[in-house]
Design a protein around this ligand. Structure first.
Ligand SMILES: [Zn+2]
Length: 378
């Protein structure tokens, strides 16, 4: 199966050029400049960017990963694929350990099938002071032993653990995660600047939705945000939906960390792609109004209804990134976090043909995954 995509504006980490792509057996075999040497599928001068990589996502289209329900998870993946996400890590939320094991074991089947790129445990080892939309009654003290049970349930597919480094046992659990090839992400934490550095020194390398569920930046108490933003070992997740973080703070994060350490994520929950109404996130009830998801009790922000195409577009229109920078933050950086950047995350010869075609207004016009159109641009 070979295919030529012609008349494209190709977005790479280096810049944008008019050109064409050759695709064979699901891979990009050539990235050309100018006119294609043979007739192909014309993209009519539209942009082509690498498929988006979402490393923090709880569901969509009514499906919720934390329940472990496979049909719902398939619906969620399908929704996010239509919005350009070709690689997706499913995030669970705080729950009883047995429930987490059951959900992880069920979703591991979908990882085996290649539908999901891995699993992320957001909780239960997080701070009661910063638990956001996690049930405080189910939070637990970090335990390497117990965490190993969760890793085992995921059958080699657990990719990330969000943990608060100030909790007793947290640093040992960060080290245990690292030993199992699981990324430790610091978040939902009330840590000081120094406690955060201890977590990074122990091996943590991701900041779970920077700013959200963390103490704010303070000039005499810089807290976790300053530590996570400035440390070269850390990639920061940002939820760019216009609700979670003010654009000025997104600009600040991007200017300090650069697109190479910034990963756009959705933190989407089951209401993504659905209307306003009542939903659930783990054990908690969530009300979505005007597209904003909040806990029914207390009104705390509870995930988002964001999709990666919107996060990408907003990072250009509201934050001021170039298309290349936005593409790095939406694809290459999260791919690198997952250790998949040799295969996906940018448009280059040899990489998997995961592509998104975008209009001048940066709306999705087509999505290709592994060389096959999921949505064919016309
Ligand atoms: Zn989340």
């Amino acid at each position: 199966m070979s295919l030529t995509l012609a008349d494209a504006r190709v977005v790479t980490p280096e810049g944008i050029h008019d050109g064409w792509l050759a695709i064979e057996d699901g891979r990009i075999t050539h990235v050309g400049h100018g006119r294609a040497p043979r007739a192909g599928h014309s993209l009519g001068g539209r942009y082509v960017v690498p498929g988006f990589v979402d490393i923090h996502n709880h569901g969509g289209a009514g499906g919720s990963f934390p329940t472990g329900d496979q049909d719902g998870a398939r619906d969620a993946v399908e929704l996010h694929r239509r919005h350009g996400t070709t690689t997706l890590v499913a995030s669970l939320v705080t729950a009883a350990v047995a429930d987490l094991e059951a959900a992880a074991s069920s979703l591991a089947d979908l990882c085996d099938d290649g539908l999901l790129a891995g699993l992320h445990f957001e909780g239960p080892y997080i701070s009661g002071a910063r638990c956001g939309a996690h049930d405080p009654a189910l939070l637990r003290e970090p335990s390497p032993r117990e965490f190993e049970r969760l890793v085992k349930a995921g059958r080699g597919h657990v990719r990330m653990l969000t943990i608060a480094p100030e909790l007793p046992g947290a640093l040992d659990t960060v080290r245990a995660a690292r030993d199992h090839g699981v990324l430790a992400a610091l978040g939902h934490s009330d840590a000081t600047y120094e406690q955060t550095l201890d977590g990074i020194d122990a091996g943590a390398s991701v900041a779970t939705h920077l700013y959200n569920a963390l103490p704010p930046l303070g000039h005499r108490s810089p807290g976790p945000v300053a530590a996570l933003l400035q440390d070269e070992r850390v990639t920061v997740e940002l939820v760019n939906d216009g609700v979670h973080v003010h654009p000025a703070m997104l600009r600040l994060a991007c200017s300090v960390a650069g697109p190479g350490r910034t990963a756009l994520v959705t933190d989407a929950m089951s209401a993504a792609g659905m209307g306003d109404g009542d939903y659930e996130l783990g054990a908690l009830r969530v009300t979505v109004s005007g597209g904003v998801a909040r806990l029914a009790e207390g009104g705390t922000i509870a995930g988002s209804t964001l999709t990666m195409d919107v996060a990408f577009r907003r990072s250009v229109t509201e934050v001021g990134l170039t298309l290349s920078e936005a593409s790095v933050a939406a694809s290459l950086t999260p791919a690198r976090v997952l250790g998949l950047d040799a295969q996906i995350g940018s448009i280059a010869a040899g990489k998997t043909a995961d592509l998104v075609v975008l209009t001048d207004e940066l709306e999705v016009a087509g999505v290709m995954r592994r060389g096959a159109w999921l949505t064919e641009p016309r």
